[in-house]
Each structure stands twice: as structure tokens, then as C-alpha cells.
Design a protein around this ligand. Sequence first.
Ligand code: KG4
Ligand code: ZN
Length: 359
Amino acid sequence: MTLVLGIESSCDETAAALVRLGPGAAREIVAQRIASQDDAHRPYGGVVPEIAARAHVERVTPLVEATLADAGLGLADVDAIAATAGPGLIGGVMVGLVTAKALAMAGDKPLIAINHLEGHALSPRLADPALAFPYLLLLASGGHCQLLRVDGVGRYTRLATTIDDALGEAFDKTAKILGLGYPGGPAVERLAATGNPKAVALPRPLLGSPDPNFSFAGLKSAVLRAKQALDAGPDPIRATYNDADIAAAFQQAAIDCVIDRTRRALDAAGEVTALVVAGGVAANRAIRSALEALAGENRLRFVAPPLPLCTDNAAMIAWAGLERLALADFAPASLDFAARPRWPLDPDAAPVRGAGVKA
Ligand code: KG4
Ligand code: ZN
């Protein structure tokens, strides 16, 4: 039996978790705590890095202590400490990583430096032990939107990325335009459920283009124009659609793009065991069911983590630590390991037009 303590602090969630790999590959989240900073960032309509870093400093140590106490365990019971070491807001990443280094040193435990994106990429295997490599992964979060072939731990081939905004970012901006507040994804999903997606015509950027890359900036601008027309336009326009219709039309346009691009990536991916979605946007039920239908069309299994494992959490970081610990060539990270603001899963992927800063 192996028990790993995971720490996550790359954005606006401070989180700690204990995950155990037991006999027969049984996986168990023994305890986990997440301290969301939504209230601290809400007045600004998005994450403020300095506020996030300070909040992580205040919360991380009590959170780790509480997580161990929840499990009735101490540092001595833990086999290794895993922490997000990037990519993300560098101040926050440093807080979690330094905490993990201190615990590793104090407890004489191996330190595992985890790529946050790998945490998302492997999270579906925590809940579903039957999910085998290779699989095609749609990784959609606030900062990334990529299609990856996952051949194993640390073995990722990026087939596509966004050339401008991430999908979660498009949800967040749509929420801001519609005055739904922060965080935006769940609010847009709720409002969309009450609207008519056909009431507003919105573009589907890159639909049908031969490579499977994504683009969402034009869609976001079209949402803004639709909202402006609604607010300023003459009454006949007002009568044709409302905010819920805009949310529904946005979500449907996003789904159409995601399905078209993922279909294209399935053609390019070769043999895979499953179609998998992970990252915060994977919590969206409409996107999940559209992907499930696409997997069915292709006679593939569809795997998505349970909703609480989609958005940022530390269980996925502890799990990635367990996966790395099991590798034949595992070596603990040095206590000098520096936090990384950028850390691509596939460093060999060719740069994509327009995507310089988001790849
Ligand atoms: O993975 P995550 O928690 O943090 C990052 O690593 O970025 O993803 C957060 C993103 C946000 O953009 C949020 O709006 C989006 O995931 N999100 C959703 C939903 N829940 C969270 N987007 C659409 N529908 C949702 N239900
Ligand atoms: Zn994330």
C-alpha cells in the first residue's frame, strides 16, 4: 500500500489530499480539502495573482494539517509528498511547492514535482482503474484547451491546441459579458439550460479546418456583439432573444467546435482505448454528453472524472504522484526544483500559429 500527500496551489484553489494505492490497484481518496478563493477574487471578475499567492500562504499549512487530521494520520504515515510545480500563477505555485519541500525535508520523504496538466491528464484513471493507455484526451481548463494522445505517464503527444483563448476562458468571458460573475463556467451552464440556442446566430471558428486546433476568440467577440445589440437595440431585437439565449447559443457553438475538432483528432490519433475529457470544463454536463455521443459513434469508451475531480483539486496531484512513484525509473525531485510558470506536456509539439503564449 502506498499513500501520497498531494498539494495544489497553481491558481485560485488551495488544496490538499491523501490518496492511497492499495492491493489489486485499488485507489482511494482517503481525505481531501479544498479552500476556494472565489470570494476574494469575485470583486475583480477574475483571479488576481497577488491576492491568490497571499491566500495560499495563509491557508496551505492549516489545510495540510486538517487533511491529515481528517484521515487520523500523521506525516510519518505518508510515503511521498507530491505538489504542483507548474504551470500556473508563479506565486501560488511557489507557495505549494515550498510547503511540500519543507514537509519532505522534515519527514524525510521523497518529493514529487507534478505538472498540473499531468494531474488533469491522469485524473480519469484515479476514478476509473479500467482506463488503459493509450487514450485520446481533451484537456479543457481555464488556461488550456488541447487534444493529446496519452500513451503513458509522461508520454503525451499534443495533436491540437487553441490558437487564442482556452475554452474555460471563453466561458469565463461570456459570463463576464452577461454579468454572471466569477467563476463563469458553471453560471453559463446553468443559464444556458434555460435558453434557446437557435435564437442567436454565433460563429463556429475553425469548424472543418484540416488540423484539429481550436479558436474561441471570435466566438467571444460575437457574444459581446450579441449582448450589446440586445442592450442597445430597438425593441424588435429585444423581443427575439434574451441573456439565456445568448448563453445557450454560446455553449452550443462551443460544443459544435469541440466535437468537430475532437472528431478530427480521433482520425489523427491512431488506435486508442477511449475518448477522455478532463480539466475544469469537463464538469460541463452538455459538453460531457456531446463527447459521450461522439465516443459512441466511434465505438470507443467515454471516460470523464466525477465532477469534483474535474476542477482543480489535490487528489489528482497525489494520484499523479502515485503514478510517477510506480514508474521503474522514478527518482525524487531535488529540493532545488524550481517552480515553472510554463511547462508543456509535450515539449516537442510544433508551435501553432498565433498560440505563442498559450501552448
Ligand atoms: O481546471 P480548472 O479548475 O483550473 C485551471 O487549471 O484552469 O478549470 C477552471 C475553468 C474555468 O474557466 C471555469 O469557468 C471552467 O473551468 N469550468 C466550467 C465549468 N466548471 C468549471 N466551464 C464550463 N462549464 C462548467 N460547468
Ligand atoms: Zn487546472
